[in-house]
Design a protein around this ligand. Structure first.
Ligand code: AMP
Length: 571
C-alpha cells in the first residue's frame, strides 16, 4: 500500500470526532488491507510493533526539528518558531514541505513497507553515531514525502498521531468489517471476544489476521505464548469488608495487598522473562528474580502473576514502593542496586502451566496450583499470604495484620472467577485505609519563577474518559527542591521536557505519558477543569513508572468516589 493512502485515512479520521463515523471509515479501510500488509495496524495506533514489544521510536521533538531541517534545508530556529506558533510539529513539517516541494520534483513514491522498514531500524541503533544514523533514516523518508506524508511521519516519530483513534475504535471497526453478519444481539459478544483476543495477545495485527477468517471461535482460542505477556487483571475498590463480601460472594479469598509493583513472569525451560503491569520487559533489571524462578518454581513452562516487594536487607522490614521504584528503570549497576534494594516475589496467580492456559479456570484452582508449584523461600519467592473465609471478624483481623506488616491493605478475590484482563471485571477488590489517592497523568505544566525558574513547578493532572484525558487539578505540593530529598522539580522537568507538545509563555502542554499518584483531601465539583471536578489539597506522593495511561483513574471512578464522599461514607 502507498503510504499516501494511509495518511489520507489519518486525515479522514482526524476530520470527525464522531466515533461511529471513525469506525465506519476504519472498517472500510480494514477490508482493503492484505494479510501481508497487516503491520499497517500498528501504524494506525502510531506504533511500529505490537503492544507487548518494547521497541518504540522514542524520537524527541528536538530531534524531529533537526530531521525536518536536514531534509528541507530550513534552519532549526525557523522551524522552532513555526512550531511555537502552530503548536504541532507535524503541521510544521507539512507547511515547510509544501514550500519546498515546488523546488524538488523528482520524488520517489513512499510505500508503507519502506516507512515501516526505516522506522523499525531506529530502535535497533545503539552506540556511537546513533543520532546521525537516526537522522539519516528519517531524512531519507522525509525527502521523498509529500506534505501530508511529512506531517504524519513526524507525528508518528514523536508518538503523537492526533487522529483520536484508540485500540477500542479499531476493535469496533474489526467487528464491523469482519463480523457484520453477527446479529445485533451478539454485537456485545463479538466486541468482547475481540477485546479478549487483544488482551491475550496484545497484538492488533495478529487479531486482525485471525478476524479476517470471520470465525469468532478462532479469536476466542487465540493461544497464549511464552514471551507475549497478557494484559493483567486489575482491581476495583471495596469500601469495607462487608461491601467486599457482598460484591464477591462468600467465602472469598483474602490476601495481603503488597505495596510493591506488579510483575508478570514467564518461564520456559531455562528461559525466564519478566514484565511490568504495562507489559514492559524488565528481564535484565532483576537477575535475582530470574534465579529464584529457575530454582524454586516447578514446571517446564509457566506464567505467574506476582507483586515484587522491597525489604530492608538488615532488618528484613518491608519497604514502600517509593524505595524500590527506581529498580524498574535502572539499566546500569544492576548488581549494586540489587544489593541495596532487594525484592521478594509474592506470587498470587498462575495463568499458564506446562503448555496449558488456565485463564478460564476458577481462581480457587489457580491459587491452589500456585501453592503447589512454588517452593517458598522467604525474602526470595513466596506465595501471597491468604485466607479463605466468610467471617467478617477473621477478615478484619487479617486486614490489621497486613497493615501491621507494612503492607497497603488487602485484596478480596472471587474464588470462582476466571482470570480476566481489565479493571471493570470486579473479580478482585482492593481495600486500604487511605483510599483518597488517585493515579493520574500529567498533561500540562507551568515553569516556575524566582528560585524555581528553569524548572516546571506546577503540574496539570488528568484522568481518562474513554479516549480523552480530562483535567482535574493543578499540583505542585509534594515535590522537592533538592533531588536528595525525593522526587524533585528538576527530575520532573527532565522527564517532561521531551513530552512537550505546545508552549505558550510559561505554560506547556504535555503528552500524557507520566503517571503520578496523588493524594487529596476532597473531591470537589468545579467548572475550572474540563472533568468538572477538582482536587482539594492535592499532593504528589510518587512517580509510577510501572503504570501507563490505561491504568489511571477514570472519570466514572472519580464520580463514584465523589458520590461516596458526599454520602459521608468514610473509608
Ligand atoms: P491498585 O494499584 O491500587 O489498583 O491495586 C491493585 C494492585 O495491587 C495490583 O495491580 C498489584 O500490583 C497489587 N497487589 C498487591 N498484592 C496483591 C495481591 N495479593 N493480589 C493482586 N494484586 C496485588
Amino acid at each position: 500500500m502507498k503510504y499516501l493512502k494511509l495518511t489520507e485515512l489519518y486525515e479522514q479520521l482526524d476530520s470527525t470526532t464522531k466515533r461511529l463515523e471513525k469506525t465506519k471509515i476504519l472498517s472500510d479501510f480494514l477490508k482493503e488491507i492484505k494479510i501481508e500488509e497487516k503491520d499497517i495496524l500498528y501504524l494506525l495506533l502510531g506504533r511500529i510493533y505490537p503492544e507487548y514489544d518494547e521497541r518504540v521510536l522514542g524520537i524527541s521533538s528536538q530531534l524531529a526539528v533537526k530531521a525536518i531541517s536536514k531534509a528541507t534545508g530550513v534552519n532549526s530556529a525557523e522551524i522552532v518558531k513555526e512550531w511555537k506558533s502552530l503548536g504541532d510539529i507535524g503541521q510544521v513539517a507539512e507547511k515547510i514541505s509544501k514550500k519546498k516541494r515546488q523546488a524538488t520534483l523528482d520524488k520517489k513514491e513512499l510505500s508503507v513497507k519502506k516507512v515501516i522498514e526505516n522506522l523499525r531500524a531506529i530502535p535497533e541503533l545503539v552506540g556511537k553515531g546513533t543520532v546521525d544514523k537516526k537522522l539519516a533514516l528519517i531524512t531519507e523518508l522525509l525527502t521523498s514525502a509529500s506534505p501530508l506524508e511529512s506531517k504524519y511521519l513526524i507525528r508518528t516519530l514523536i508518538g503523537d498521531l492526533r487522529i483520536g483513534t484508540q485500540e477500542s475504535t479499531i476493535r469496533d471497526a474489526i467487528a464491523s468489517a469482519f463480523f457484520e453478519k453477527e446479529k445485533e444481539k451478539d454485537a456485545k459478544e463479538t466486541s468482547d471476544s475481540i477485546q479478549e483476543a487483544l488482551d491475550k495477545s496484545n497484538d492488533i495485527a495478529e487479531v486482525f489476521e485471525i478476524a479476517t477468517k470471520q470465525d469468532l471461535k478462532l479469536l476466542r482460542k487465540i493461544p497464549l505464548e511464552i514471551g507475549k505477556p497478557v494484559k493483567l487483571m486489575l482491581a476495583q475498590k471495596a469500601l469495607d469488608i462487608p461491601d467486599g463480601f457482598r460484591a464477591l460472594g462468600t467465602p472469598c479469598a483474602i490476601e495481603y495487598k503488597y505495596d510493591g509493583f506488579r510483575m508478570l513472569i514467564h518461564k520456559k525451560g531455562d528461559k525466564v522473562f519478566l514484565y511490568t503491569r504495562r507489559l514492559e520487559n524488565v528481564t535484565s533489571q532483576f537477575p535475582e528474580i530470574i534465579d529464584y524462578v529457575k530454582k524454586y518454581t516447578k514446571g517446564e513452562s509457566l506464567m505467574i502473576d506476582a507483586e515484587a516487594v522491597g525489604f530492608n536487607k538488615k532488618t528484613k522490614e518491608y519497604r514502600p514502593f517509593q524505595e524500590i521504584s527506581q529498580r524498574i528503570k535502572r539499566k546500569y549497576d544492576i548488581e549494586k542496586i540489587q544489593e541495596e534494594l532487594p525484592v521478594e516475589l509474592n506470587v498470587f496467580d498462575v495463568i499458564y502451566y506446562n503448555g496449558k492456559s488456565l485463564i478460564d479456570e476458577p481462581f480457587k484452582k489457580r491459587s491452589e496450583l500456585v501453592r503447589s508449584i512454588i517452593e517458598e523461600k522467604p525474602y526470595k519467592i513466596v506465595c501471597a499470604k491468604q485466607i479463605i473465609t466468610d467471617s467478617e471478624k477473621k477478615a478484619e483481623e487479617f486486614y490489621k495484620k497486613a497493615l501491621a506488616d507494612n503492607q497497603e491493605g488487602i485484596m478480596m478475590k472471587n474464588l470462582d472467577a476466571p482470570y480476566q484482563s481489565g479493571r471493570r471485571v470486579g473479580h478482585m477488590l482492593k481495600m486500604k485505609p487511605n483510599q483518597r489517592e488517585l493515579d493520574l497523568v500529567i498533561t500540562g505544566a507551568e515553569y516556575g519563577t524566582g528560585k524555581r525558574s528553569g524548572w516546571m513547578s506546577s503540574f496539570i493532572v488528568s484522568c481518562q474518559d474513554g479516549d480523552e484525558f480530562l483535567e482535574i487539578g493543578k499540583v505542585g505540593t509534594g515535590i522537592k527542591e533538592k533531588s536528595e530529598e525525593g522526587l524533585s522539580f528538576e527530575e520532573l522537568t527532565k522527564k517532561l521536557t521531551p513530552l512537550i507538545k505546545k508552549e505558550k509563555g510559561r505554560t506547556v502542554e504535555i503528552k500524557p505519558k507520566l503517571v503520578v499518584s496523588i493524594t487529596y483531601q476532597e473531591i470537589q465539583k468545579s467548572p475550572t477543569y474540563n472533568s468538572g471536578f477538582a482536587l482539594r489539597f492535592p499532593r504528589v506522593t510518587v512517580l509510577r513508572p510501572d503504570r501507563d495511561t490505561a491504568d489511571i483513574a477514570t472519570l466514572q471512578e472519580i464520580q463514584e468516589d465523589y458520590d461516596i464522599q458526599q454520602k459521608k461514607k468514610v473509608y
